[in-house]
Design a protein around this ligand. Structure first.
Ligand SMILES: Cc1cc2nc3c(=O)[nH]c(=O)nc-3n(C[C@H](O)[C@H](O)[C@H](O)COP(=O)(O)O)c2cc1C
Length: 298
């Protein structure tokens, strides 16, 4: 009994410590997310139906590439010679004129969904793609493949795939806001231009390269590089009086990649139907922001 009364204060202290520990732990689990929770929460909050899952690069591969034998570790361009570079330089007046003229050409570019079946010289297509290939790319990896389709049966197969997915996007996947945002453009899932346009150019980004020795090569910033290349392609088409409509066929990538027999490291980024505008083509009457709204000079 005497021993018990001697130990009571110690027991009380131990009891308080245990209670405090349990309390802190329960609060902690209430507010702290495990990494899996965080991923799940983020993916729920950030889920955007218009983001093509197929375009997500496999970050696991990138993270592990240094350890893996499949990846090439050489730095072939380390010894690259440097050569003089002196491009054309214009007097200020000419610069002003050229900047205005180029703006004027580009300001006439519109996304055209009514394309004429009239043939387009194949060499022009070669040249605009050659121009797109002048784009800068992460570590000069040139991670693009332009697949040009003119065969009517292949264009039709592409149309069937795109329309089937697009119908699902409009009817089920994307939600009311997306459908309302597109209503003003009067677009829908019927894409007859995919049969009619003389050329379909499908632009694939190469998520990594394959070297002659079979090893994989990192394609840094491949999506940004290919997007810049697509922008140059749009400008080159505009420059020769051809039209297109930028399209990013959501969820069609894997099917179109298989149809066109492209390798697994290629992912579809964009599909451009290309041709002359139909004689009765119309476009939405859109305005563009003035330069004062889009440029900030500091
Ligand atoms: C990344 C991107 C994806 C687009 N996807 C589509 C599409 O799937 N279908 C379509 O009809 N237009 C598509 N557009 C075209 C836009 O609707 C068009 O650029 C916009 O309405 C502005 O019109 P403009 O190109 O005539 O200036 C896309 C444009 C971009 C940049």
């Amino acid at each position: 009994m005497a021993l018990l009364s001697l130990l009571t204060p110690f027991l009380a202290v131990i009891l308080c410590l245990v209670a405090g520990f349990v309390l802190l732990k329960s609060r902690g689990t209430g507010t702290t997310l495990t990494s899996t929770d965080k991923t799940n929460t983020t993916s729920k909050v950030d889920f955007k139906p218009w983001v093509d899952q197929d375009l997500q690069d496999n970050t696991e591969i990138t993270a592990k590439e240094d350890e893996s034998d499949d990846w090439d570790g050489s730095h072939e361009e380390e010894g690259l010679a440097h050569v003089p570079y002196s491009p054309q330089r214009y007097p200020e007046k000419t610069m002003l004129e050229r900047s205005r003229d180029f703006y004027s050409v580009m300001n006439q570019r519109r996304s055209v969904r009514f394309i004429s079946p009239e043939p387009v010289p194949r060499e022009v297509i070669d040249n605009v793609i050659h121009t797109a290939g002048t784009a800068p790319s992460g570590a000069h990896t040139e991670p693009w493949t332009f697949v040009v389709v003119s065969a009517p049966d292949m264009k039709h197969k592409i149309r069937l795939i795109v329309e089937e997915e697009e119908e699902m996007n409009y009817r089920q996947r994307m939600g009311d806001k997306w459908v309302q945002d597109l209503a003003k453009l009067k677009t829908n899932w019927i894409k007859d231009y995919l049969d009619i346009a003389p050329y379909l150019i499908l632009i694939f980004k190469q998520t990594f390269g394959i070297l002659p020795n079979g090893k994989k090569k990192t394609h840094y910033y491949n999506e940004i590089s290919v997007s810049i290349s697509c922008g140059i392609l749009l400008a080159a088409l505009q420059n020769v009086g051809l039209v297109t409509v930028t399209s990013t066929p959501l969820n069609c990538g894997p099917q179109l990649r298989l149809l066109l027999q492209r390798p697994a490291n290629e992912k579809l980024l964009m599909l451009l139907p290309v041709g002359f505008p139909a004689s009765d083509a119309t476009v939405p009457d859109l305005n563009r922001k003035p330069v004062t709204d889009i440029a900030v000079y500091i």
